[in-house]
Design a protein around this ligand. Structure first.
Ligand code: COA
Length: 383
């Protein structure tokens, strides 16, 4: 038997995509795709999003418990320091900030931060280091959006919470509390989600003993791929194309007949509706109640589109549930708080950075190099 066949027999064909392969023990989050349950640090996501702030969620992921008031204040201050440290570097990043793609710009800025940041020489470790890097991601994402729209980057304000300050750094206006609250709920919702591709990437880099910033830059590289963090922009394009709830069913039917996928529907793990979709839908409803212009109309359109897509996908795939995923209502929420669609994936990174950092710390503690095997299917030289 040749080597390829032997190896094939040894490693039955599970390797493609690593579906179902357990690569780490984690206390950070658990995704139950059958029941549609997401647990983060021992809490259901429904008990966190809209109930605790992003600073609390960082505390939960980085210290193992929801923080008391003093720790929460210290985390908020360290995130603000990270935003400020990153802002000091903006003058030397002018060229990077003109990149066409926001995630590419973010990746380069974060790598630059790793090479230059003052905190490295101060030997920061523990969650302060995590907070500085997480804070920096927000400043760089906002600065890219400003540059893209031809405006000047805005300095961070340490007096504001992370979500509110990010929104202000992007939009340049004093933000309504309601919009900041909705964005805060979004950042909490997406902060961690099991062993997704970018989190795995961060852990692989961390497992080599490399530094935190290298792991986060690599994770951004994974997130920017369209199969991972790139769907919310296209969801908004779809809603724009449909325009009115009465046209949703016909538009979806035409799209499926043309063999195209409906963005924001389906998930590799969930076999029921993604619980994060419901959490974000609730946050948008609250925003609508608080009077955000346009949130209500867009929400009604999104709901009608989801209903039409779910029904038609169920008809076409009776054995494969295809329901709304997190990206569906992400698009509606981020649009409603006034973020431009090209900033959606970098904004995902603003929230997910907290989870990546926590996984890097956890991987450092595990202390074992991640080094899987491959199955050689090439030719064997004859002796
Ligand atoms: N619209 C239409 N059909 C879909 C679909 C969608 N959004 N998602 C899956 N399908 C169909 C596939 O065409 C396939 O049909 P087939 O068996 O007749 O070929 C079947 O459902 C199974 O799809 P598969 O690609 O095996 O599922 P997956 O688990 O690999 O894919 C996604 C998961 C998320 C990549 C997929 O559902 C998708 O592309 N969704 C749209 C993009 C998106 O929203 N991404 C964000 C994810 S959080």
């Amino acid at each position: 038997m040749d080597l390829a066949k032997q190896n094939g027999a040894k490693h039955a064909a599970k390797a493609s995509g690593l579906d179902g392969v357990v690569v780490a023990d984690t206390a950070l989050s658990e995704v139950d795709g059958e029941r549609g349950r997401l647990i983060v640090g021992g809490h259901d996501i429904e008990a966190l999003a809209g109930k605790v702030g992003f600073e609390d969620l960082c505390g939960l992921l980085w210290t193992g418990a929801l923080p008391d008031a003093a720790t929460r204040g210290a985390i908020a201050a360290a995130l603000a320091e990270g935003r400020a440290l990153a802002f000091e570097q903006i003058p030397s990043l002018e060229e990077t900030l003109t990149a066409e793609d926001g995630s590419a710009a973010l990746l380069s800025c974060v790598a630059h931060f790793g090479a230059r940041a003052a905190w490295r020489s101060e030997g920061q470790r523990g969650w302060v280091e995590l907070a500085h890097v997480t804070g920096a991601v927000a400043t760089f994402a906002a600065a890219w959006a400003r540059r893209r729209s031809g405006s000047t980057p805005i300095a961070p304000d340490a007096a504001l919470g992370h979500a509110a300050d990010f929104l202000r750094m992007v939009r340049g206006a004093a933000e309504t509390e309601a919009a900041a609250r909705a964005l805060d709920a979004y950042l909490v919702t997406v902060a961690d989600h099991g062993m997704n591709a970018s989190t795995f990437t961060a852990r692989v880099v961390a497992s080599t003993g490399s530094d935190l910033v290298s792991a986060i830059a690599a994770a951004i590289g994974a997130l920017k791929g369209p199969l991972h963090g790139g769907a919310p922009g296209p969801v908004l394009d779809m809603l724009d194309a449909i325009g009115d709830p009465s046209r949703a069913a016909a538009w979806i039917a035409a799209e499926l007949a043309a063999g195209r996928r409906i963005m924001g529907m389906g998930h590799r793990i969930y076999r029921v509706r993604d619980p994060r979709a419901a959490v974000l839908e609730r946050a948008i409803s609250e925003l609508e109640r608080d009077g955000s212009a346009g949130a209500g109309a867009r929400l009604a359109l999104a709901r009608a589109t989801e209903r039409a897509a779910e029904a038609q996908l169920a008809e076409r795939h009776p054995d494969r549930p295809l329901k709304a995923n997190v990206e569906f209502y992400t698009a509606v929420l981020l649009d409603a708080v006034g973020l431009p669609r090209e900033l959606f994936t970098p904004t995902f990174a603003v929230g997910r950075a907290a989870g990546w950092c926590a996984h890097v710390e956890e991987q450092r503690r595990a202390g074992r190099l991640i080094r899987p095997a491959s199955r050689y299917i090439g030719p064997i030289p004859t002796a």
